[in-house]
Design a protein around this ligand. Structure first.
Ligand SMILES: [Zn+2]
Length: 510
C-alpha cells in the first residue's frame, strides 16, 4: 500500500499477488479507519502520523476479529452484534430520537487512577451493553463523552458515533444557534477525570495562536479553536491554577538567594515585580538545567519562615518530586508562582485560554470548548515538552492572577426558574459562550427537578445515585454513570429513586 497524493493516507493500492485482495473502500470503512487512526494517534498521548501501511492492515485485522464485512454498495445503516454485549455499528446515522443514552470512551494516560479506584472507569463501566470492563492493572485517566473524534461517545442503542448521529440530524439535534454560529458540531467537550498524579503543567492556546499552530502542524494541534475549560470537583480535588498575586511571589524570590538567578537580568531582588517580571522568571525557571533545578529544589525542601516559604511548600514539593523526580522545572513554577487549591466536591475552577494550570489529584467533571490543543512545559517527560519560549510568550496574566480569578462559584437558580423549577439545580457559568454546566442534586425519594429546554444541545451524566429521567415523552431508569444526549428545545425532569444516595446529575448545555 502506498499513500495516495490525492487522498492522504487512506487509500489502499493493489497488494502483491498471492496476498488477499484489498478490500473496497466504503463510507463505513473510511469512518472506521478514521476512528482507528485517532485511537492509534492518541494511545500513548502523542500524535503520531499513522501511515497507510500501518492503518489499513490494522483495520483489516480489526474487521477480521470482529467479523465485520462491508460491501461497496452498502450504505444503509445496520448494526452487527459481534459478541455478547458488544455492538459495532457500520455506516451513517439514521433518524434519531431527541433524547438518547450514550456510551463514553475511557483513555489510559499514566497520571490516571488505577483499576477500580478510577471514577472515570467506574462510571464508564456502569453503562450497560458495552464491551468495556475494568482491568486491575490498567490506568484510567479520563472518560470522554462528546462528539470529538478522539475517544468518541456512541449512541448506546445502535452503537453509532454520536458525531454521525448529530451530523445526520443537524437541525433537530444541534439547533440553529449551533449550526449558524458555533460550527455545526457539539461546541463543548465533556469528560470525567480521575487524577492520581499531576497532569502536565499546561496552557490551551487562544484562537489566534491555535489557528496558526493548527495550520503549521495539524497533526499535533488538531484544532483551530481556543479551549477555555472548567473543572467541577466530584471529590477532594487538588490543583495548581493561575498566578499568585505578585505581592506573594516576589518576597520568596527576594528572601531565597538561590532564586535570584531566575530574575530578569538587571533586576535587583528587592525591585517591584510586574507581570513582565513574572513571565521572564517563569521562562528562566523552565529553561534551567536539570542540575540547577535539582539544587534549588533541595533548598526549598526545608521549611524556613526566614525565607518566606509558605508552610505547605516543602511537603508538596516532596510529593511532586516523588511523581516527577527532583529536576522537573514544573515543580518550581507551580510552587513558587501559582495558586494551590484544595477543593471539596462542588467547588469549581475556570481556566481561561492561555491560563496556566496543573491538576494534581482527585475526580472531576471537566468541560471545555471543543478543542484538544495543549502546550506542555512540566510534569511530563522532557521529550513531551513544548518550546519554552512559545509557552511563556503565550501565558496570560489577566483573568488568572489570584485565587478569586480562578474560582468559579456555583449560583443557585432558585425555585421557579426556567432551569430549575424546584430549585434543586445550580449553574456554573464560565465567561464563555460554548456552554454552562448545571448540577442537579436530589436528596431522596420524591425529590425532583425540571430543567427547562435549552436553545442548543445538552449532555448529562449521572454522577451519583439513581432514579428516573423523563423527557420528550420517554422515560428512562437511570443509574450512576448513565449519560444522555438531550436535543435543543427538550424539557427534562429528573426524579430521585429510593436509594440513599439520591440523584446527582451534571449537565453541560449550550
Ligand atoms: Zn487543561
Amino acid at each position: 500500500m502506498t499513500p495516495c497524493p490525492h487522498h492522504g493516507s487512506f487509500h489502499p493500492t493493489a497488494e502483491p499477488s498471492g496476498q488477499a485482495q484489498p478490500r473496497p473502500i466504503t463510507q463505513s470503512r473510511l469512518s472506521r479507519a478514521g476512528e482507528l487512526g485517532a485511537m492509534i494517534k492518541t494511545a500513548n498521548g502523542r500524535h503520531l502520523d499513522v501511515a497507510a501501511a500501518v492503518l489499513w492492515p490494522a483495520l483489516d485485522e480489526l474487521e477480521d476479529n470482529r467479523q465485520l464485512t462491508d460491501s461497496p454498495s452498502s450504505t444503509a445503516a445496520r448494526t452487527n452484534k459481534t459478541a455478547p454485549g458488544e455492538i459495532t455499528t457500520i455506516t451513517t446515522a439514521t433518524m434519531s430520537e431527541r433524547v438518547f443514552q450514550l456510551a463514553g470512551t475511557c483513555n489510559n494516560y499514566p497520571w490516571g487512577k488505577k483499576g477500580r479506584q478510577s471514577l472515570a472507569a467506574q462510571l464508564c463501566a456502569k453503562t450497560p451493553g458495552t464491551d468495556f470492563s475494568i482491568k486491575d492493572d490498567e490506568y484510567y485517566s479520563e472518560m470522554w463523552f462528546g462528539d470529538y473524534p478522539d475517544f468518541p461517545a456512541r449512541k448506546l442503542s445502535t452503537g453509532e458515533l454520536l458525531k454521525d448521529v448529530l451530523q445526520a440530524n443537524k437541525e433537530k439535534l444541534l439547533g440553529s444557534k449551533v449550526n449558524k454560529h458555533m460550527g455545526g458540531q457539539l461546541p463543548f467537550l465533556p469528560k470525567i477525570l480521575s487524577i492520581a498524579k499531576a497532569l502536565p503543567l499546561q496552557i490551551h492556546p487562544n484562537r489566534d495562536l491555535a489557528s496558526k499552530l493548527h495550520e503549521k502542524d495539524p497533526e499535533k494541534f488538531t484544532d483551530d479553536n481556543h479551549k477555555p475549560e472548567i473543572a467541577v470537583a466530584l471529590s477532594k480535588f487538588e490543583l495548581f491554577a493561575g498566578w499568585k498575586p505578585l505581592g506573594e511571589i516576589a518576597p520568596v524570590f527576594a528572601a531565597v538567594p538561590e532564586l535570584h538567578q531566575f530574575l530578569p537580568s538587571g533586576t535587583s531582588p528587592d525591585s517591584k515585580w510586574t507581570d513582565k517580571t513574572l513571565r521572564e522568571v517563569t521562562r528562566n525557571l523552565l529553561k534551567a538545567s536539570p542540575e540547577t533545578t535539582k539544587s534549588v529544589q533541595s533548598v526549598l525542601s526545608t521549611s524556613s519562615t526566614a525565607k518566606n516559604i509558605p508552610d505547605y511548600m516543602p511537603s508538596l514539593l516532596q510529593r511532586l518530586q516523588s511523581q516527577y523526580g527532583p529536576d522537573d522545572a514544573g515543580s518550581l513554577v507551580a510552587l513558587l508562582c501559582m495558586n494551590f487549591f484544595t477543593f471539596a466536591a462542588g467547588d469549581a475552577v475556570y481556566i481561561p485560554a492561555d491560563g496556566i494550570h496543573a491538576y494534581l489529584a482527585g475526580d472531576i467533571v471537566e468541560c471545555m470548548a471543543r478543542s484538544n490543543n495543549v502546550l506542555n512545559s512540566g510534569f511530563c517527560p522532557r521529550a513531551d515538552r513544548d518550546n519554552v519560549d512559545l509557552f511563556t510568550d503565550t501565558l496570560t496574566f489577566s483573568q488568572a492572577h489570584s485565587r478569586d480569578d480562578m474560582y468559579l462559584p456555583s449560583k443557585p437558580l432558585g425555585k421557579g426558574s426556567h432551569q430549575s423549577r424546584n430549585g434543586r439545580t445550580v449553574v456554573y457559568a464560565p465567561p464563555m459562550s460554548e456552554f454552562d454546566m448545571f448540577k442537579t442534586d436530589l436528596q431522596g425519594p420524591g425529590d425532583e427537578d425540571v430543567l427547562g429546554a435549552h436553545e442548543g444541545p445538552a449532555v448529562a451524566i449521572v454522577t451519583k445515585g439513581g432514579g428516573l429521567l423523563e423527557a420528550d415523552g420517554q422515560q428512562f431508569d437511570v443509574k450512576e454513570g448513565y449519560i444522555f444526549f438531550v436535543a435543543p428545545g427538550v424539557e427534562v425532569t429528573w426524579k430521585a429513586g429510593d436509594g440513599k444516595d439520591g440523584l446527582q446529575v451534571h449537565t453541560a448545555a449550550v
